[in-house]
Design a protein around this ligand. Structure first.
Ligand SMILES: Nc1ncnc2c1ncn2[C@@H]1O[C@H](COP(=O)(O)OP(=O)(O)O)[C@@H](O)[C@H]1O
Ligand SMILES: [Mg+2]
Length: 308
């Protein structure tokens, strides 16, 4: 695959289960090497999207390409699928097996050349940090270690693309941190990562780009910086003349917050004009700052916004 080809592309990819629309026309393109977050509340359609990309469910309409292979071309998709790792949302390994044995079973399942098993298992154990516990029974593992083993399974054969479905939702902060470290290590080696999550904190620290999904639709796609672009400034000023505020309303919606004046919806290139207008109305300006909405607030406001 050339560098220019996206690792994943979809066009109006949709899935209905009877009357339920699980995914309503997903269109996106994910460049190779990106860590892409697919972020939305429970029931948004995230697992459905992953199942369609893996060929585990059949689209109702639309098309998708995984590592260049169209979903509709089953033979081509199956060949591409050999280079895709997958961590399912819910999984459990036989508790009496050791991590190494679990990994051997999966080497067999994915049809990896036997001569490569030891090297691949060593590589996977190393990247998920289980090398020292490889011969302990999985039944004695913490949740975090089991999740890291699941990641290890998804990494066998060094796939170009890995799909992770809610990899940290069952974990405590230490476990989440560990999984983030694994994702960073994958990015460093050039692997494309598609990360499903309903947790903002999970995606904000590792993802290059994020799609926010709700009720089967993508509401917004972009870098976190783009999604968080400051759309307000706050100014600390004294002495603005009576009636002076009226002349400032053309800059945006005004709101007082303690000793600060917040101006919402102002374009950044109008900030110097705003300051001049305040001074012309007798104001003395002590501070001007961009005001960022917290990502959490932004996320909620995107989800709450009524859509046609
Ligand atoms: N096999 C199925 N049969 C019927 N409805 C399904 C099936 N799989 C998912 N759904 C429905 O599709 C919607 C999206 O589900 P899902 O993709 O699992 O969401 P998420 O992973 O974002 O929580 C939900 O309303 C869910 O109940
Ligand atoms: Mg899900």
């Amino acid at each position: 695959m050339s560098d220019a080809a996206p690792a994943i592309r979809t066009e109006e990819l949709a899935k209905r289960y009877g009357k339920i629309t699980a995914l309503a026309g997903l269109t996106m393109s994910i460049p190779a090497g990106d860590v892409f977050g697919f972020l939305g509340p429970n029931g948004a359609g995230k697992t459905t999207a992953v199942k369609l990309l893996l060929g585990l469910a059949k689209p109702t309409s639309g098309e998708g390409w995984v590592l260049g292979a169209p979903l509709s071309d089953r033979a081509a998709h199956r060949r591409a699928r050999a280079d895709v790792g997958y961590l399912p949302e819910l999984f459990r390994y036989q508790p009496w097996l050791s991590a190494r044995e679990v990994l051997r079973v999966h080497c067999e399942l994915i049809g990896l050349d036997r001569a490569r098993w030891d090297a691949e298992i060593k590589d996977a154990l190393g990247i998920v940090g289980l090398a020292e516990r490889a011969d302990d029974r999985v039944g004695g593992y913490s949740k975090g270690m089991q999740q890291r083993l699941g990641l290890g399974v998804a990494l066998l054969g060094r796939p170009a693309l890995v799909l992770l479905d809610e990899p940290t939702s069952a974990l405590d902060p230490v476990g989440r941190h560990d999984v983030r470290e694994v994702i960073r290590a994958l990015k460093a080696r050039g692997t494309t990562v598609f990360l499903n999550s309903h947790l903002l904190t999970e995606v904000e620290q590792v993802c290059d780009r994020v799609a926010i999904v709700d009720k089967g639709r993508v509401i917004q796609v972009g870098t976190l910086d783009e999604l968080l672009r400051a759309d307000a400034v706050r100014v600390r000023a004294t002495g603005i003349a009576n009636g002076g505020y009226d002349g400032l309303r053309s800059f945006g919606e005004l709101q007082h917050e303690g000793e600060w004046l917040v101006i919402r919806g102002i374009a950044q290139d109008r900030v110097p004009d705003l300051v001049r207008a305040i001074v012309e109305r007798g104001g003395r300006v002590y501070a001007v700052e961009p005001r960022h909405e917290s990502l959490e607030d932004r996320f909620l406001s995107l989800l709450e916004k009524p859509r046609p």
